[in-house]
Design a protein around this ligand. Sequence first.
Ligand code: NAD
Length: 445
Amino acid sequence: MIAHAPDASTEQLDQAIAAASRAFPGWAATPVEDRAAAVVALGGLIRDNAEELMTLLTLEQGKPRAGAEWEVFSSAIWCDEIAKQRLEPEVLLDNEERKVVTRYTPLGVVGAITPWNFPILLANWKIAPALVSGNTIVVTPSPFTPLTTLKLAELARDILPPGVFNVITGGDELGKHMTAHDGFAKIAFTGSTETGRHVMASAANTIKRITLELGGNDPAIVLPDVDPATVAPQLFWAAFQNNAQFCNATKRLYIHEEVYDAVRDALVEFAKGIKVGDGFDSDTGLGPIQNAPQYEIVKEFFADSQAQGHTFALGGEIDESLPGWFVPITLVDNPPEDSKLVQEEPFGPILPLLKWSDEKDVIARANDTQWGLGASVWGKDQEALERIAGQIEAGTVWVNEVRQSGPGQAFGGHKQSGLGCENSLHGLTEYTNWQTITVNKAADL
Ligand code: NAD
């Protein structure tokens, strides 16, 4: 136990929404340059308090120092960069008779619901665009990781008017009350596809705007022309960064049969050098599973692979006597395509390695999923890389890299990985209503 966070009542949620509603007209009327400056100032406060935020993040989430540093400083960068974005009115027509302009107006009070894998970064992906575009916001972090988000609100008190940015903590029930509440104009949600379905159904009640960033089962396709020793570390981190508790983790690794054994062996060798342990130890590469329910989910994947008689190239046994939810890095050697491990999202450090030989077939296998968040393709043959990338059904397809994303780049899922997007002007637009004003200049009334 490291801390207690309040379990807010519905009355307290009402109070938070009321505060955000009161603040909305003044904030919406504040010039965009001033709103943007406040968001930049928030980024500055994140930098000034980075040490404390990183410690809190490792404490509450378990991620090692390097991951905490990346997340905290990325949060500040997001504030800087989203603050530069502007949705200019579009003048569609302006002549002697008529003027037609489409402009973007804020929605009102936004409710943000975030997961436990990147608590502060994914909160900032919502706070920055909501505030820049003139909305006020109530953020509910995951009950498993409330601390960095609460700290952010404490910091923001010095730079934002009361009610503009609110944080309220509680259990899953709080999220349910938020999606049903008629005080929100929009719900910006990041979490599992299962919860996303509930959010969408509940938001229908008042036709709330929604952005859904949901789960994934990202495939990576490795061509026969790779150098196994060079590509293995990159593939390893594609799959295991943040202890594989990453929406965009590579969750299915398709390796061409000509290099399958060599890539598998190089992955095993590299993985053996990565220490799983306490995020505060400087030599730790991967931390624990973040929470008990997720630990149980990951254990089910291990149990299923064992029961199905899969071959483990590395790992395969969880030592439950260890204090903490530590799981060994596990590589499963070519399990059947229809196995639980290939079909579902483990969100933990167990990865299926799969063999392929025919390009059409591997593309079909990569696309044969309800999800479509991300994907990657690895190799030397540029033509083949881009040909394959262009046929994958996913919001982002990376070639010879993963998870390169930024505030200016639209991020979102195809199929059941989500609805709408975050980041870029497309993401900013989702915090606005468009409004068209047509003026009949020739009228003489
Ligand atoms: P989750 O769906 O269990 O919870 C997410 C949030 O929703 C939490 O704050 C939770 O309290 C709240 N919640 C729970 N039930 C709710 C309900 N009925 N109505 C409203 N809110 C409710 O997800 P998680 O376990 O915290 O996160 C892991 C999942 O998130 C994975 O599936 C992962 O792929 C996904 N994820 C997606 C992205 C993305 O950008 N697409 C990013 C990170 C994580």
